[in-house]
Design a binder for this molecule. Structure first.
Ligand SMILES: Nc1ncnc2c1ncn2[C@@H]1O[C@H](COP(=O)(O)OP(=O)(O)OP(=O)(O)O)[C@@H](O)[C@H]1O
Length: 256
C-alpha cells in the first residue's frame, strides 16, 4: 500500500533578484509503502538533504507534491504545520540534537510535553521504548554523561515516542563508530520489523544494507533503485557497493 508518494518534485534555489538558480531536484518520483525501510543515497550535492527537508515540511518544493497517507503536504495550513510535524514525523539527525541541560529522559519526553501529554502516559510510553533500545539505565543521565551510541539511541527513542507515521533520518550513523552504528542500524531494522516506516539518507553502503530498498539520486532525479529481497545484509551491501561503483564510473565516462 502506497503510504508516501513523491510526485514530480522539483526544487530550484534562487537568490533574491537572481535570474538563474541552482536546480537541486529536477523531477523526483517515487513511493514508499507502509512498513518499508528505504535508504536514499547519492553523491555530495545530489539533493538528498533538499529532498528530506521537503519530506519533513521544513522546505517547500518549487514544483510537484508529496502525499502522506493521501494528504498533500502543501495543503497543510501554516498554523497546523508544527503540530503535523510533531504528531506525524519522527526525526533522527546525525548530530543527535539532544539538549545538554536536559536528562535523556526529559529529552525523550520533549515532543510529548509539547503535545501536552499527561505525565502518566509519558511514563508508560518511555518504558518499553527505552528497554527496547537498551538505554533504561541511562535515562537520568545528561547527554554529556553517556556514549555517542547511547545519545543516538536516545534520539531514536525521542523520534519513536510519538508513534510517528514515518521516521526521517539524515545520516544517523555519521557521527558513530562502527559498533554504535551497527547497534543503531539493528535498532532501525527491529522497529521496522515491528511496522515502523523509515526513510534514511546515508552515504554508507553498510548503513543502507539494513534497509529493504535503496534509491540512488543524481542530477536531481532518482535514476536507480535496488531491492534487498531475500539477500543477507552482507550480500545486499555488496550489491549496493557495485551500484555505487557503476554510478561513479558512468560519471567519469560522461565527464571525460
Ligand atoms: N539554501 C540553499 N541555497 C542555494 N543552493 C543550495 C541550498 N541548499 C542546497 N543547495 C544546493 O543544492 C544542491 C543539493 O544540495 P543538498 O544539500 O540537497 O545535497 P546533498 O545530497 O544533501 O549533499 P551532502 O551529501 O553533501 O549533504 C547543491 O548543489 C547545493 O549546493
Amino acid at each position: 500500500m502506497t503510504f508516501l508518494e513523491i510526485k514530480n518534485l522539483k526544487k530550484v534555489y534562487r537568490a533574491k533578484f537572481a535570474t538563474k538558480g541552482t536546480e537541486a531536484l529536477s523531477d523526483v518520483n517515487f513511493s514508499v509503502n507502509k512498513g518499508e525501510f528505504i535508504s536514499i543515497m547519492g553523491e555530495s550535492g545530489s539533493g538528498k538533504t533538499t529532498l528530506l527537508n521537503i519530506l519533513s515540511t521544513l522546505d517547500q518544493p518549487t514544483e510537484g507534491e508529496v502525499y502522506l497517507d493521501g494528504q498533500p503536504l502543501s495543503k497543510i495550513k501554516d498554523k497546523e504545520i508544527s503540530r503535523f510535524r510533531r504528531d506525524t514525523l519522527g526525526f533522527v539527525f546525525q548530530d543527535f540534537n539532544l539538549l545538554d541541560t536536559f536528562t535523556l529522559k526529559d529529552n525523550i519526553f520533549l515532543p510529548l510535553v509539547l503535545a501536552n501529554t499527561p505525565v502518566e502516559e509519558m511514563e508508560n510510553r518511555i518504558l518499553p521504548i527505552s528497554q527496547n533500545l537498551g538505554i533504561e539505565k541511562q535515562l537520568n543521565n545528561y547527554p554529556y554523561e553517556v556514549s555517542g551510541g547511547q545519545k543516538q539511541r536516545a534520539a531514536v527513542a525521542r523520534a519513536l515516542i510519538t508513534n510517528p507515521k514515518v521516521i526521517l533520518a539524515d545520516e544517523p550513523t555519521g557521527a558513530l563508530d562502527s559498533k554504535a552504528s551497527q547497534t543503531l542500524l539493528e535498532t532501525f531494522e527491529r522497529v521496522n520489523e515491528e511496522g515502523q516506516t523509515i526513510v534514511m539518507v546515508t552515504h554508507s553502503a553498510r548503513a543502507a544494507s539494513h534497509s529493504n530498498r535503496v534509491l540512488f539520486i543524481r542530477d536531481g532525479i532518482v535514476y536507480h533503485e535496488i531491492y534487498r529481497g531475500d539477500l543477507s545484509t552482507e550480500a545486499f551491501m555488496d550489491k549496493i557497493a557495485q551500484s555505487m561503483l557503476v554510478v561513479t564510473n558512468r560519471g567519469e565516462s560522461n565527464e571525460g
